[in-house]
Design a binder for this molecule. Structure first.
Ligand code: FES
Length: 141
């Protein structure tokens, strides 16, 4: 029995959108205190659309696969839609993650949210603070 789905393994072995965007419009960096993994998301935004997104993840395979899938899911989408991306949707798109690895997908959701908030803050764009809870949301695992 394999612990990880084919999709998780594919996105871990061949991660999409790895790297850095020079002069990004928004950057979000989050970490998990327990495992020490860190995820950084860079956004290029044009007319409210995510024109480009890249990530750097110092973390486990599930965190890398989650970053890769999450960036694929938000690329080309409006910011409003990217903000609705949940860690569960990322995990589902990967055909599931083991329960104790769900927190890896939480990092992806939080990093995207932090990058969008950074963009709003830098550009003086008003936003609903409910979209950006102070402490992120509870871990799933
Ligand atoms: Fe912490 Fe995967 S073990 S992000």
């Amino acid at each position: 029995m394999s612990l990880y789905s084919e999709k998780v393994m594919d996105h871990f072995r061949n991660p999409r959108n790895v790297g850095v965007i020079e002069n990004p419009d928004g950057v979000g960096e989050v970490g998990n205190m327990k495992c020490g993994d860190i995820m950084k998301i860079y956004l290029k935004i044009e007319d409210g659309i995510i024109a480009d997104v890249k990530f750097e993840t110092f973390g486990c395979g599930s965190a890398i696969a989650s970053s890769s899938m999450a960036t694929e899911l938000i690329k080309g989408k409006p910011l409003s839609e990217a903000l609705t991306l949940t860690n569960k949707a990322v995990a589902e798109a990967l055909d599931g993650l083991p329960a104790y690895k769900m927190h890896c997908s939480v990092l992806a959701e939080e990093a995207i949210r932090a990058a969008i908030k950074d963009y709003y803050d830098k550009n003086g764009i008003a936003y609903d603070s409910k979209d950006f809870p102070e402490h992120g949301h509870e871990e799933e695992a």
